[in-house]
Write a protein that binds this ligand. Structure first.
Ligand code: IPM
Ligand code: MG
Length: 364
């Protein structure tokens, strides 16, 4: 039997996208070569650069390539150049389109505080030391996709905006099951975040998560209102292991949690559906620093590690990449966003080289 060749779609996108993707590919190259992982990479365009070429942020060829692949590795989309565009063709629409068309309902956003970077956090070291939180954000429902939506105008000219917060119990159950499964492999502590004191949709959320939990007696389940969760993340982040929440709440809480670690440039993500997956750093396209070789490629490199773990059935190799990243941080190598006095400032490419070199020492 011939071994399966993994099809990977690579969409660099806009801004720093191509620079950080180049470093992740460097690392995948090392792993694929030394560990004999058969993979075929195909590039596609997305976001503002796709709009410039094709008039849409998610061209059909790009979507087709994503649908045919085992995984998508994405850089970032967007930038000031496209901010004035109609909402329907804004670069961000490409992300929403991919999430919807690939059915990527489970968005994993791990928030890990590296000991070496504690000084970069705006919070006191004692509060952030050791935090290892997995935010599981539902990604294909809620106000992001609910209908009706839009802005209507009365004959007298007055406008009304509407978006719909909506979840079916099936949608809630599948993300809840994913959350319990993930919690089971971690510290078995799950907090479900809702606004059940005010919003019926999330009252249903709470009910269905609780029901799903009956099959996971080994996982401790707690519930928290989203406003309280926002506060607890700053007050005592170490209380969290896995957090599961709705699309909109997850969007907001994951940005908040990212800051605990000091730099959003460190955080990877995975968006999973049935048999499909997309991996991307959670930071944006950072147009202000694009093309200057100063962006931090670690979030993208860590996203590639998540791809090895979740889509390529190579958890040991994923661990090695994560270990290599920790190793270069221990060596004091830093990009500008995580630099502190006494460490060694390097550029995007040099950071990628350092991780690749470290990785090779583990693979020799
Ligand atoms: C994210 C981003 C996106 C979202 C935007 C760019 C559409 O903020 O992935 O968190 O709101 O989901
Ligand atoms: Mg966001």
């Amino acid at each position: 039997m011939t071994e399966k060749k993994y099809q990977i779609a690579v969409f660099a996108g806009d801004g720093v996208g191509s620079e950080i993707i180049a470093e992740a590919l460097k690392i995948l190259d090392v792993i694929a070569d030394k560990k004999n992982i058969p993979m075929s990479l195909k590039e596609g365009d997305i976001g503002g650069s796709a709009y410039d070429r094709a008039g849409v942020p998610l061209p059909d060829e790009t979507l087709e390539l994503a649908l045919q692949s085992d995984a998508v590795l994405l850089g970032a989309v967007g930038g000031p150049k496209w901010e004035g565009l109609d909402y329907s063709v804004r670069p961000e629409r490409a992300l929403l389109g991919l999430r919807e068309k690939l059915g990527l309902y489970a968005n994993l956003r791990p928030v890990v505080a590296f000991d070496e970077l504690l000084a970069a956090s705006p919070l006191k070291k004692d509060i952030v030391r050791g935090i290892d939180i997995l935010i599981l954000r539902e990604l294909t429902g809620d106000v992001y996709f609910g209908r009706p939506r839009g802005v209507t105008r009365e004959p007298d000219g007055r406008r009304t905006g509407v978006n719909t917060m909506i979840y079916t119990e099936e949608e809630i159950r599948r993300i809840a099951v994913a959350a319990f499964e993930l919690a089971r492999k971690r510290k078995k502590n799950l907090v479900s975040v809702d606004k059940a004191n005010v919003l019926e949709t999330t009252e249903l959320w709470r009910d269905v998560v609780t029901e799903a939990g009956r099959r996971y007696p080994d996982v401790a389940l707690g519930h928290m209102y989203v406003d309280n969760c926002a506060m607890q993340l700053i007050r005592k982040p170490s209380q969290f292991d896995v957090i599961v929440t709705t699309n909109l709440f997850g969007d907001i809480l994951s940005d908040e949690a990212a800051m605990l670690t000091g730099s959003i440039g460190m955080l990877p993500s995975a968006s999973l559906g049935d048999g499909r997956a997309l991996y991307e750093p959670i930071h944006g396209s950072a147009p202000d620093i694009a093309g200057k070789n100063i962006a931090n490629p670690l979030a993208t490199i860590l996203s590639a590690a998540m791809m090895l773990r979740h889509s390529l059935e190579r958890p040991a190799e994923a661990d090695l990449i994560e270990k290599a990243v920790t190793g270069v941080l221990q060596d004091g190598v830093r990009t500008k966003d995580i630099y502190s006095r006494g460490t060694k400032l390097v550029g995007t490419r040099e950071m990628g080289d350092a991780v690749a070199a470290k990785l090779k020492t583990f693979l020799a």
